[in-house]
Design a protein around this ligand. Structure first.
Ligand SMILES: Nc1ncnc2c1ncn2[C@@H]1O[C@H](COP(=O)(O)OP(=O)(O)O)[C@@H](O)[C@H]1O
Ligand SMILES: N[C@@H](CC(=O)OP(=O)(O)O)C(=O)O
Length: 462
């Protein structure tokens, strides 16, 4: 079989975990062709975001020194645990070069007081650029031939939408031309940096937070892989985030459509766009636990849509806000078109929409970090008839399941359970596919709402 295996940040959090991942790859590489995709070590991307923004707002040479020393130490420690000589020397020299480059970039940001999306992507790329060579060297240390590549080296060519870049048309043939010979001629295991790509002229881009899943599925589609295995710190796709409901259970099978709904509505188990490339080619995606590899995990595929479960899983997005456009006495379609054109031009990610048209009232859920920009672009529309307002500290809960389609009374059960427990619903949305009912509540009620519905639909069993 040809398998693309992605190891997330929690799976490569330290040297012991990296060695464990390398041994997993070795175990499966004897009978299979494997491409490995890795994320940055857990927490590294967040720390790079923080460092970039701190350097932008203040000149902080002391902070940079400390940050760089900690980052270097974490990676050296991992190398010392996971990599044997003679590979250790080589990978340490590579890390030294990257760390030196990162320090210079951060100093540059700090002195110039300028941080563009492009330079931010460049800084964020260091997480994966540091982890991939360590994983590759760990493989070499246990006798598995391997080569580390950046996303750009592997042919992940994207547009220039820094921060949320999209692969260009024709990307599959570029990826195939770069990776196929490594598998079929060199018989090596490529270790590709997740999350990052490059523009046609070589500038580093990122695919959006959590984007390593997307790197894996893009490569799988390009190489016509038999399966994608996403190694995570959980046993599979669960009925909800176990950090919210510890009794959440593994879902053995879930359809592409259901998994897409869940990830779009905040389930951090999967990047929201990750399934697009594999869905068309019907390549199954397995979610497996790095630290419990014998567990069967979850298979995401076509053809498991018929299910007796009405609600299969619940998701929660906590950091969102609602923007309201309201008024009367104008062409409804024209105003809608204008609102969404303005938001699209500003690259505001629209999470959910609800509207009434008797008198215009359009409610749009956006990410908390996008609300300022959304208000700024929409305020130009305010006149005698249109007004714009925002509501912050909101959470969105989604109930997902293909079995909801055509089953009467599901929405009734959801909202009466919430009502009985005193939870006020601010906004509701359900598409015609009936795969999902989503609603907004105050942020303070979000987790409680998930727990109530998990009990109501007996998702924890019994
Ligand atoms: N429905 C869900 N099923 C499983 N995990 C979920 C779900 N919703 C949210 N999560 C969270 O997603 C995380 C996924 O695991 P993680 O190893 O962090 O993935 P990665 O490193 O690949 O992003 C878990 O920590 C878990 O808390
Ligand atoms: N390191 C990137 C990409 C990624 O996918 O990471 P993870 O697999 O740990 O979610 C991020 O934190 O966004």
């Amino acid at each position: 079989m040809r398998i693309v295996m992605k190891f997330g940040g929690a799976s490569v959090k330290d040297g012991n975990s990296i060695l464990h991942c390398a041994k997993l790859v070795k175990r499966f590489s004897t009978d299979n062709e494997i491409v490995v995709v890795v994320s940055a070590m857990a927490g590294v991307t967040d720390s790079l975001v923080h460092a970039a923004r701190k350097c932008y707002t203040e000149q902080s040479p002391g902070f940079i020194k400390m940050f760089i020393a900690e980052l270097a130490k974490r990676h050296y420690d991992a190398v010392n645990t996971a990599v044997a000589e003679p590979h250790r020397q080589r990978v340490i020299a590579h890390i030294d070069r990257l760390i030196d480059e990162l320090e210079k970039v951060l100093l540059g940001i700090s002195y110039l007081g300028e941080l563009t999306r492009r330079s931010e992507d460049y800084i964020l790329s260091f997480g994966e650029r540091l982890s991939a060579p360590i994983v590759s060297a760990a493989l070499l240390s246990i006798g598995v031939d391997s080569l580390a590549l950046t996303g750009g080296d592997a042919g992940i060519v994207t547009n220039r939408n820094f921060g949320r870049a999209k692969p260009i048309p024709g990307v599959y043939s570029i990826i195939k031309s770069r990776l196929e010979p490594l598998l079929t001629i060199k018989h090596t295991v490529p270790v590709v940096t997740g999350f990052i790509g490059a523009t046609e002229d070589g500038n580093i881009t990122t695919l959006g937070r959590g984007g390593s899943d997307l790197t894996a599925t893009l490569i799988a589609a390009a190489l016509d892989a038999d399966e994608v295995w996403l190694w995570k710190e959980v046993d599979g796709v669960l009925t909800t985030d176990p950090k919210i409901v510890p009794e959440a259970r593994v879902i053995p099978e879930i359809s592409y459509q259901e998994a897409m709904e869940l990830s779009h509505f905040g389930a951090k188990i999967l990047h929201p766009r990750a399934l697009e490339p594999v869905m068309l080619k019907k390549i199954p995606v397995r979610i497996k636990n790095t630290f419990n590899p014998e567990a069967p995990g979850t298979v995401i595929s076509d053809g498991c849509e018929s299910t007796k479960d009405i609600v299969k899983a619940l998701s929660l997005i906590e950091k969102v806000a609602i923007v309201n456009v309201s008024g009367a006495g104008f062409d409804f379609a024209e105003v809608m078109a204008d609102v969404f054109r303005r938001l699209a031009n500003e690259r505001v990610n629209v999470i959910m929409v609800s509207q009434s048209s008797s008198e215009l009232n359009l409610s749009i859920v956006v990410d908390e970090s996008d609300v300022g920009r959304a208000m700024r672009v929409l305020k130009h529309m305010v006149n005698g008839t249109i007004s714009i307002s925002k509501l912050e500290d909101v959470a969105v809960v989604s109930a997902v399941g293909a079995g909801m389609a055509g089953t009467p009374g599901v929405a009734g059960r959801i909202f009466s359970a919430l009502g009985k427990n005193g939870i006020n619903v601010i906004m509701i949305s359900q598409s015609c596919s009936e795969y999902n009912v989503s609603f907004a509540v105050s942020k303070a009620d979000g987790r409680k709402a998930v727990k109530i519905l998990h009990d109501e639909f007996r998702l924890g069993g019994s």
